[in-house]
Write a protein that binds this ligand. Structure first.
Ligand code: FES
Length: 103
């Protein structure tokens, strides 16, 4: 596991999501209540980017078939998949959001 710079903290407004690619991995970054979270950016149902979806009440809704995942845990809350999103640890260093990813 290693820490990677993913984005600047000012790239995200509270309640928003952006997609980034780090070492070939598609990652979705979120800001919720002032804290930053990271999940896989590809839906576990079919191929859709979670960063094209909608953040609502601590969840991300897939734009394609509306699967709902808990942003903090990746757990499926509703929808056509039973597979959670992978989640990754985050930390802030200066004005950078760092994400810990597998080597
Ligand atoms: S691709 Fe996300 S719910 Fe179908």
């Amino acid at each position: 596991m290693a820490w990677h710079k993913a984005a600047s903290t000012d790239a995200l407004q509270d309640g928003s999501v952006i997609g980034v690619e780090i070492n070939g991995l598609d990652i979705a970054l979120y800001k919720l209540d002032g804290a930053f979270y990271a999940t896989g950016n590809i839906c576990t149902h079919q191929h859709a980017y979670m960063s094209d979806g909608y953040v609502d009440n601590g969840c991300i809704e897939c734009p394609l078939h509306q699967a709902l995942f808990d942003i903090r845990t990746g757990a499926v809350v509703d929808g056509p998949t039973k597979s959670p999103l992978p989640v990754y640890p985050t930390m802030i260093e200066g004005d950078a959001i760092l994400v810990e990813l597998p080597d």
